[in-house]
Design a protein around this ligand. Structure first.
Ligand SMILES: [Zn+2]
Length: 157
């Protein structure tokens, strides 16, 4: 695992490693799985690669493969919990150039379902869950991830 001192995401990962985080779902061998802040797309998660790289192709191949396996299994876990019509996967990094994946569950009834989630104004996406629902969703996702990834470390709740 390598970090870049100038990278805000590496600093965030160091804080998670040291102090944990309220939205941490699981600590996996190649990434941290976080519940996204904006829950309009209920079950939206972000996977933060533990190894700093600005592009997927700059990750050591074994890290990239490991991260992809975890992405695939976390997606399956999200699907088991929120039963989406479709999942969207995005690896952008324009604002935070450190490999991370957004996984968005999509709803068939969403009138904007044919477009990327970013077309919906941010103010509408910023839906916060009630504290109990937040804890419940994290626990349900953590349970499904742990079933699929034996090495997963999930916070006690
Ligand atoms: Zn970084």
């Amino acid at each position: 695992m390598t970090a870049d001192a100038r990278c805000a995401m590496c600093s965030g990962i160091e804080r998670i490693r040291t102090n944990g985080a309220a939205n941490l779902i699981a600590d996996l061998p190649h990434c941290y799985v976080m519940l996204g802040d904006s829950q309009f797309y209920r079950g939206y998660c972000v996977l933060l690669a533990k190894h700093h790289a600005t592009e997927l192709f700059l990750l050591p191949p074994s890290e990239a493969r490991g991260l992809f396996d975890e992405l695939r299994l976390v997606a399956e876990a999200i699907a088991a919990v929120v039963k989406p019509w479709k999942l969207n996967y995005e690896c952008l990094g324009n604002q935070e150039p450190h490999v991370h994946w957004h996984i968005f569950p999509r709803d068939e009834k969403d009138t904007m379902r044919n477009g990327p989630v970013w077309e919906r104004p941010e103010a509408l996406r910023k839906v916060a869950l009630a504290p109990a629902e937040h804890r419940q969703l994290i626990a349900a996702l953590a349970k499904q991830i742990a079933l699929r990834i034996p090495d997963a470390r999930v916070p006690a709740n």
